[in-house]
Design a protein around this ligand. Structure first.
Ligand SMILES: Nc1nc2c(c(=O)[nH]1)N[C@@H](CN(C=O)c1ccc(C(=O)N[C@@H](CCC(=O)O)C(=O)O)cc1)CN2
Length: 294
């Protein structure tokens, strides 16, 4: 069994991007600038945007963190998005999810200009991705592809079973794994809460991608011998013995599933850190596109 080490690979990617940024500086070009909008005080979201801003500092990107109160109205957030769309200094921006209940997420994602949509959530980018056209691919699925590629995991002709159909992970990764090229060319089954005989389907999978958010859902007896197991779950469970007061638990019973798997991602340290690295990669791409369109 080999661990797909997202922490290590994400650090490698950040180092590679830092080299590109250095070259941009030497050519006298403007460095990439990422903005992140955080509405409210959700603890996990604060951690993630904090990591995004620190990662920008580390690799030499400029960054702007826009914090808005949890009472922010949809109109106020749309006005901020308009401002960021029109700000030539900003190459790409994200609106951290989830949003407070008074804000319609779909309206917000539609308002982000597709050229600045480094999260790849706008239907224009999602559609282009599905049609195998150049697009911003959302960071978590993009990170899964990158991990599979860097560890030379064969996906061609394999049966991939995706568990969970969220717009951020399950649905896009199910499309990406079935696209032409490598990683891809696999036969995909997208399962969800209404899927019948889900255990029989998972048992047939060469590659299982679990994006359910249910701790320890995937047990050893459910997976085929030598399956590739990708765990996208990141649930916080309270833990008094941990200084943070919680620990992160994945969808996969790692201790037992790892004994059967050929490759497996750990949690923490698997897909999560890749999300940040691929967001930075998308921001670099956005900068390069803006530079070339001048
Ligand atoms: N606008 C967006 N919102 C959200 C996204 C996103 O891609 N764009 N994804 C998730 C949250 N997320 C990034 O925003 C994210 C999740 C997890 C990690 C990560 O590194 N996890 C670590 C554990 C970190 C911890 O201690 O909590 C790991 O798995 O090792 C990074 C980013 C939802 N919202």
């Amino acid at each position: 069994m080999e661990i797909l080490d997202g922490k290590k690979v994400s650090n490698d990617i950040k180092d590679e991007i830092a080299v590109e940024v250095q070259k941009m500086k030497e050519r006298g070009e403007k460095v990439p600038h990422l903005a992140a909008v955080l509405v409210g005080n959700d603890g996990a979201s604060l951690t993630y945007v904090g990591s995004k801003v620190r990662a920008c500092e580390r690799i030499g990107f400029e960054s702007t963190l826009v914090k808005m109160p949890d009472t922010t109205s949809e109109i106020e957030l749309l006005a901020k998005i308009k401002e960021l769309n029109e700000d030539d200094n900003i190459d790409g921006f994200i609106v951290q999810l989830p949003l407070p209940p008074q804000i319609d997420e779909q309206k917000i994602l539609l308002a982000v200009h597709p050229d600045k949509d480094v999260d790849g959530f706008h239907p224009m980018n999602f559609g282009r991705m599905a049609l195998e056209m150049p697009a911003f691919i959302s960071a978590t699925p993009f990170g899964i592809l990158e991990l599979l590629e860097r560890y030379n995991v064969e996906t061609k002709g394999k049966h991939t079973v995706v568990i969970g159909r969220s717009h951020i992970v399950g649905r896009p990764i199910s499309i990406l794994m079935g696209r032409k090229g490598s990683p891809g060319n696999s036969t995909v089954t997208l399962t969800h809460s209404h899927t019948q005989n889900i255990e029989q389907i998972i048992a047939q999978a060469d590659i299982v991608i679990s994006a359910l958010g249910v701790p320890n859902f995937l047990k050893a007896e459910m997976v085929k011998e030598n399956a590739v197991v990708i765990d996208v779950g990141i649930t916080r469970v309270s833990d008094e013995s941990n200084p943070k007061g919680y620990r992160i638990v994945g969808d996969v019973d790692f201790e037992n599933v790892s004994k059967k798997a050929s490759f497996i991602t750990p949690v923490p340290g698997g897909v999560g850190p890749m999300t940040i690295a691929m967001l930075l990669k998308n921001t670099l791409l956005a900068r390069e596109r803006h530079q070339n369109n001048k």
